[in-house]
Design a protein around this ligand. Structure first.
Ligand code: DAT
Ligand code: MG
Length: 140
């Protein structure tokens, strides 16, 4: 399998509870390397643009407000099959359905406040990395 990069976000419910290090340990234990990382407080306009794909969904307003409520940590994870591997480590969207040992099972508060975002495919990974990081911030 090819080495890939994926975009991860540690969401406000997790940064607020000081869980960044514990979540990063999960990534590293799974063989994912954190190759770029920064802390940001998104505006509602920025959060709305990032989640534009969901704008017709009933939870869109709540999702955007939550993502802009407090700082997030955005990061690029790298590894063999990183996109799918990150989704595995994250667990299901709804923590009630997440497997034991996953980030969402251990840390998420609800389907909305579910601690992490991860890109879902190569094309979205590329777009989402470019949304947050410039070429200068991405070392080879
Ligand atoms: P994922 O984050 O697992 O890729 P998604 O892309 O379907 O899930 O949805 C994006 C986010 O929107 C998700 O992490 C939390 C929120 N969300 C999804 N379904 C929801 C629902 N039924 N109620 C409230 N928030 C929801
Ligand atoms: Mg998604």
């Amino acid at each position: 399998m090819a080495v890939e990069r994926t975009l991860s976000i540690i969401k406000p419910d997790a940064t607020r509870r000081n869980l960044t290090g514990k979540i990063n340990a999960k990534f590293e234990e799974a063989g994912l390397r954190i190759v770029a990382q920064k802390r940001l407080h998104l505006s509602t306009a920025q959060a709305g643009k990032f989640y534009e794909v969901h704008k017709e969904r009933p939870f869109y307003g709540e999702l955007v407000e939550f993502m802009a409520s407090e700082p997030v940590v955005v990061q690029v994870l790298e590894g063999e099959g990183a996109i799918a591997k990150n989704r595995e480590v994250m667990g299901a969207t709804n923590p009630a359905n997440a497997d034991a040992g996953t980030i969402r099972k251990e840390f998420a508060l609800s389907v909305g406040e579910n601690s992490v975002h991860g890109s879902d495919a190569p094309e979205t990974a590329k777009e989402e990395i470019a949304f947050f990081f410039s070429g200068l911030e991405l070392v080879g």
